[in-house]
Write a protein that binds this ligand. Sequence first.
Ligand code: NI
Length: 387
Amino acid sequence: MLKQSYAISEELIEWRRDFHMHPEIGFELHRTAKIVAEELEKMGYRVRRGVGKTGVVAEIGEGGKVVAIRADMDALPILEENEYEYASQTPGAMHACGHDAHTAMALGAAWLLSQEKLPGRVRFLFQPCEETADEEGKSGAQRMAAEGAMEGVDFVIAQHVDPSQPVGTIGINGGPCSGGVDSWFGVITGKGGHGAHPDQTVDPFHLLAHVIIGLNGIVSRRLDPFQPAVVSIGTVHGGFTQNVIPDRVEISGTTRFTNQEVQMQIREEMGRAFNIARVMGGDYDLKFQYGGPPMINDQRVSRVIEETGREMLGADKVHEIGKTLGAEDFSVFLEMAPGAMFTLGVQKRGHEDFKLHHPKFDLDERALPVGTAILAETAKRFLAGEQ
Ligand code: NI
């Protein structure tokens, strides 16, 4: 499979560069989705367009098991600082998370699998809006799942580029490897007044200071130390001018966790921290918006990917994935079928310091056939029932 994958290197690079030059953001992936759908149709896939707004679902094969391969297609609202000829032509949009490569490699895997006699079905999930969510707080995976993209799927796999690892390597392991997300929005109210007469006010900044200390004590003082979690503040807004104490301040942030019990415990403890405002004579309002579940790789599926990687690339080329409480909405699909995401080493010389989401992020295109081959070979093994 690796050899066949190298044979289409040029096509993989061409696709990737085309997507890179024309990045699209969020659910507005009209050009990208159109190209993807047309390529898949040419390869003989049954294609459904507009799944979850601009998602594309494509299937090939008959009967048997269904293995799904997911690729996210969206770019980021970043002004690219690279200057090569295939740099972004859309100011303020850039494929700085490698989703251009994910899309190209999934197309490559689709082509390789279209050349095989499959003992089952392969379904491709080309997904919009992994990076953000729509006005209702739903990401691309949530939208596609709600429209039946995962119906009947037995296994689901995906990959993400990793610029910290060399080309020719992959990372994989079972269990939790990214965080579940809650966004939260708080308002602390007191009583406004003149800055010269704080005694006649209930200063919401003073209340806020105590609430923040309470929030920052949750992970260190209230949670099981063996449970990874984060409570972070992202915004604090309040006040109009230097000599007026306002009547309210607004605060928002994000929390991360790897299981629902901890998520609920954090919510409860945050309520307690905010309640300090009440104890001190003010009041508060606190709302949560669920952002998505933690990503939990299935042990069995992870093992198949690991074995495929060892055989294809060499035993020393497969390492344990770096865990993160960053969010990855592939987790939504993993709640619906056993599956796993692996990472693909794409480190490029001269770009080692530019991580994902950096305006100078770039990847080594020699990794494209590797990721393509692992996707296709793993899918084949699932259909053959080798797991
Ligand atoms: Ni990404």
